[in-house]
Design a protein around this ligand. Structure first.
Ligand code: ADP
Length: 211
């Protein structure tokens, strides 16, 4: 069965990935948020639950009937060593990928969007057919996230430092959208859709129904 063309959308925190996704969603393109779905799978997926309990102990989850993640415990574990994030990612990411691919196959559309800040690190590059990077100057990203999350600049800067830097991320992008509050976003989105369409036609294996 033909599956839709899968377009990954990535970029550093505060670049405006979710903002751009909302604009594309308003044009009828289905969006899968890896971050949101990973959080869901971390409580819903029996294999993830079992593996996280094995790694972190029974106290990885709280609650009897409805499980919830023990967020402080996970946060402490993550901050203790960079290697810890890799261990959790190795448990969660394969399931996110599998869930995303199953979701994509269910969409009645020729193109779908997959949003992930860590598209490259999560090993999703080879699961997508086209990569959009959303970029913005670091100062503006910092300002946006401080406002969005009511966070202190040091917290945001620390999160930024843990992510792949924009220069490195750009080399994986088929199209870069500059979301600096000045460049015309709708015009760039139109150009980006044209580039996606061109690639789609060059591959010629996706359904033809338009969203
Ligand atoms: P990301 O998903 O990359 O972390 P968001 O899309 O959440 O970033 O954007 C960060 C904040 O900046 C959000 O509150 C969003 O609404 C705002 N924002 C991003 N781009 C724009 C824009 N072009 N115009 C107005 N607000 C924006």
């Amino acid at each position: 069965m033909k599956r839709p063309m899968i377009v990954g959308i990535t970029g550093g925190i505060g670049s405006g990935k979710s903002y751009v996704c909302q604009l594309l969603k308003a044009q009828g393109i289905p969006v899968y948020s890896c971050d949101t779905e990973a959080k869901r799978l971390m409580v819903d997926n029996a294999d993830i639950v079992a593996q996280l309990r094995e790694l972190l102990g029974e106290e990885a989850y709280v609650g009897d009937g409805t499980l919830s993640l023990n967020k402080p415990l996970i946060a402490n574990y993550l901050f203790a060593s960079p290697d810890h994030a890799a261990r959790i990612n190795a448990i969660v990411h394969p399931h996110v990928r599998h869930d995303m691919e199953a979701w994509a196959a269910r969409q009645q559309c020729d193109i779908v969007l997959v949003e992930s800040a860590i598209l490259v690190e999560a090993g999703l590059l080879d699961a997508v057919d086209f990569v959009i990077m959303v970029d913005a100057p670091q100062e503006l990203r910092l300002e946006r996230v401080m406002q969005r999350d009511a966070a202190h600049s040091n917290q945001v800067l620390a999160r930024m430092r843990r992510q792949m830097q924009a220069g490195e991320l750009r080399q994986y992008a088929d199209f870069v959208i500059l979301n600096d509050g000045e460049a015309d976003l709708q015009a760039q989105i139109a150009d980006c859709r044209a580039a996606i369409q061109k690639k789609k036609e060059s591959i010629n294996q996706y359904p033809s129904s338009l969203c």
